[in-house]
Design a protein around this ligand. Sequence first.
Ligand code: PA5
Length: 424
Amino acid sequence: MKIGLDLTNLKGCVGEKDFQALLPRMTKTHEDLHSGSGKGAEFTGWLNLPSQTDKAFLAELRTLGEKVRKTSDCIISIGIGGSYIGIRAALDFLSREQKLPVYYAGHNLSAGYLQDLFAKLKNKRVAVLVISKSGTTTEPALAFRLVKQFMESKYSAAQLKQRIICITDEKKGALRAIANEQGYRTYPIADNIGGRFSVLAPVGLVPLAIAGIDVSSLVKGAQDAERELAQPGFATNLAWQYAASRYLLYQQKKSIEIMSFFYEEMDFIAEWWKQLFGESEGKEGQGIFPASANFTADLHSMGQLIQEGERNLFETFVVVKDTGHKLLVPKDKVNQDNFNCVAGKNLDWVNEQAYKATAMAHFEGGVPNMTITLPKFDAYTLGQLFYFYQKAVALTGYLMGVNPFNQPGVEAYKSKMFALLGRK
Ligand code: PA5
């Protein structure tokens, strides 16, 4: 793996002996996942997806992307949850590669948000992606009605066929029916891949390719991770190490995990991770609560609680070795703020010292922590990271004894809302 995992600051909580004691269960968990004998096995299509993604499909997406970018100034990507967060996470992480602006819709029910969006895009050439596995989710369904109305005010029915792409179930759902009836181009979402595990499926690959991201590198990163993480064993399998560490910390009543990061590019990686882990583990009265902290800003708000509050936390830092950014701190003649000590240094070097100081201080304050190290902000690294997290959460879910691939609790609010809306 090009990504790294440092467990030094778990000292006193999780060590080699604990891993060895967990080895038989971890081995069984790994086998259950790979043999398809574990819970929810019918939703493990993501497991071998990267290696099954063929070059011809990636080439088709490249061509589609070039075509859409020639005829459009931006995309509206409609979707929520697993049909939204991963796309946004990838585009924020890879913002320097992005070639076409992407606006989001269907991830809320805010009238003001959509009104502002339509006003902003009034004179732009717009393409639309509608993403919904079930094709029946309220937020994207209503957003699509409104976006369609907006598009119809700009384009003919024939033009709309060139401008609207739907990503949905191959056969079922209202979106499939609409797409078939209107003749929109479609990409299928496989039955055996759940929403939060779908970023490396057409759900993620189609919008990312259209936005100009190198999806071949993204998939290559995931393929390499798939191959390496298929090998059992604590010594080399980072998903094993991360999954087992989390599980062992949870056994010690560390029931909240904070993903802490130091870059604006990672805000939505944390959101994606929160959905993946929260929805996969949070059932049957179990689950580590996934929280996130955007440092250094949150050191000035959440820092106090993390340092000295209830000791029910552990933390996973995600740091990037070579950010690729260079912004040197200027020397000041007067040096009133006394910061000439860092004059000539890259601001990201200062950021790195903030990470080191924070990891040390939190460890000493009783917050065990790990660090995931990413080489760069590039598509290959991101493909590895996405797959690593998917693999790890499947393993901890199984260790906890839950089905990590369903989300029965999400239905509770939906049925109550449908009753309030009078929807059958
Ligand atoms: O992980 C999930 O399954 C959910 O977050 C879904 O992705 C979300 O509810 C959207 O569902 P759909 O793609 O069916 O519209």
